[in-house]
Every structure is written in structure tokens, then in C-alpha cells.
Design a protein around this ligand. Sequence first.
Ligand code: AMP
Length: 396
Amino acid sequence: MFILVINAGSSSLKYQLVDRDTQEVVDKGLCEKIGLEDSFLKHGLDDNEVVVTLPLKDHYDAIQAVLDGLLDPERGVIASLEEIGAVGHRVVHGGEYFNESVIINDEVIARIRECIPLAPLHNPPSLTGIEACTKLIPASPQVAVFDTAFHQTLPPKAYMYPLPYDLYEEQHIRKYGFHGTSHRYVAQRTAAILERPLAELKIITCHLGNGCSISAVDKGHSVDTSMGFTPLDGVMMGTRCGTIDPAIVIYLIKALGLTPDEAEDLMNRQSGLLGISGVSNDLRDIRAAAESGHERALLAYEMYANSVKRFIGQYVFAMAGVDAIVFTAGVGENDDRTRRQVFEGLEPLGILLDEEKNRKRGGERFISAEDSRVKILVVPTNEELMIVQDVLELIG
Ligand code: AMP
């Protein structure tokens, strides 16, 4: 029996088929450019990957293409759709309705629909994916796993913005936080690696990828997180500015006559590492440029590490201490230079990086010095595995 994990993005859809008993991935793939003329499905495990160009007008077609691929007589991995015991969907926004994963029913679908204004690009494709699975594999129960759910434990002092209170009540303006499944997974793994109960630990989880967010996880509960009402807030990112003085936006609208869409584009797609360096949004390119003397690339690097450091500092105070700081996602797992810059000068606080361990590559590992009071770790994230575990817990 298998569990199908679906991650619907605005114009893409990723999937994994996972064996229920061994939790091994037996097939995975990605539909891209959904809704465009050159849409395609890429599927198969690493050395067996194929790309098929086919018309995918929406996420319903994408699910159909995924199921057809799984059943393909030559390349497929299942003989009948009945082998799919359950489906787990990553859903970006659950608003204030969901603080954990849930079995999908009509009420859950209605709530996800209510949250569309909060995630206009992401919740609609998830709903289409759910609808497609309901029609195409009606016997398989479905579970929704929300990016926002883990952060529903934030106290009001952390999630409220100092704006007129009515805006919270009427417009739902508050911090929601994102990447919750990843933060939850790496916090749980950190406790397991430390061989201590999660309920005893203060952990700071740093998800540094294309999007970046940092969370304070106290006794297993998220108590603060850097992304906010939207995933634009917080740490500086590849093309997103993260936290800035909000008056800058108003100033630019007035001074340059920017429209709201142009201002949004500027902050989401032209800022961050790309905006500062002028080189790229990919930290690998920025690093290469910085190391060959490109001044703005070097500045971008320093600003990025400093931005990560600031949030870590905030969360040490928010939790009145920290036992472990953990790095995950593309940059967090791979870029030793960012991690070195983040911890530079923190020795007086008992936070000591082991330079050699930090340089080494690998999977889950400690990178702090033996005598560091605070443990520093790298834990590769695995949101799909977390989704599978939630499905198993809810459905069995
Ligand atoms: P993710 O969103 O987790 O897939 O992370 C993607 C980002 O991770 C890329 O845009 C790169 O900036 C960064 N990244 C991936 N591999 C490396 C690497 N080896 N060194 C530095 N940065 C990396």
C-alpha cells in the first residue's frame, strides 16, 4: 500500500509515492508550467527520470497525468489505483482554522476556500488537486497538512501587528508564518539526534532556501517565526527583501509613482540577494562572485548572514535561552560560509562553531565545537516524510 504526497504550487505540482511500511519513495515527479503551452511532467527516480511534454491546462490535468504515469504499463510503479491507500496534500494556508493536519472533508474544503484571500496563488491549486483526487481516486482518504499550522501556537504578543485592532478582526491581518512542516520536522529530528525530549528543548530552526524563515521552537511549540502575514517578511531572501521599514514602500509609491503591483514585484522579485548584488538570487553565484572580489556580492552575503543572525538573536531572548540552533534547506544545508558568518564573534555567548565540521558535507550532523554550550546542527528537511507521518497518524 502506498501514500501519495501532493504539493501543488501556483503553476507546478510535485508528487511522491511513498511505501506505507518502509516509508521509501518509490516514485516522484513534478508537473511544471501548468496552464502554459509548454507544460510537462518530469517523473521517475534519479537515474530513471523522463520528461513528457503534455498539455496540462490546470492542476486537475496534472493529477490525472501523475496517476497515468504511476499506472503506465512500462514505467509505472502500481497496477491499480487501489494501491494508493491515502493522499497527503501540502496546503499553504489554513488561516486560524487549523493548528494541525486534518482528514479532508467538506468542512475542511470550505475552510481552505475561505483562506484563498490570504494565499491567492496557492490555495486554489491545492483545492483543484483535492477535487481531482476525490474524483479520480474516490476510495483514498485525503489529509491536508498546512504550512501555517505549526505556527498557530504563537502567542498574541508575537502574532499581532501594532496596527488598529479592527484590522485583525475584520481583515485577519496577523502573523501566520510559513514553512511550518519543515520547522516541525527539523525540530523533531533535532530532539531525536540530541536524544532528549522535544518538550525540554529550546530550539531555533533556520530554514534557509529560496524562501527563508527562522522559528523559535520552545518545548516543541513554535513561539515566534520570521515570516509574517505573507512569506515576504523576515530574513532577506533570494529575491525577497524580508523585513524593511514599511514607510519605504509608501515613499516609493509616491516618489516613483509605482502601482501596488509594481511595488509588490519590486519587493518579491527584484530585491534580496539579487537586488543588492545585481548578480543572481542563487547564493552559489553570489559566493563565487564575492570570492572573486565583487563588492556588491560581498555586501549581499554579509547582509544575508547578518539578517539570519538578527533573528537568531531575537529568538534567544524570546525563549530566554537556546539549546540548539539547526540549519536546513538549500543554503542552510550546504553553505558553510553563511553559517560561519552567522556565528562569527558569538563565542562569549557559549555558541561555538567547529570550523572543520562546518566545512564538511553530509546528512544530519553536529557542526558545533565539543565545548559549545549551544549545539549547532545541520538537518536536511523532509516535508514529504512529515506529511506521510501525519497521514499515517490520522488514517493508519
Ligand atoms: P531550496 O529552496 O531549499 O531548494 O534552496 C534553494 C537555494 O539554495 C538556491 O537558490 C541556492 O541559493 C541555495 N543552494 C543550493 N545548493 C547550494 C550550495 N551547494 N551552496 C550554497 N547555496 C546553495
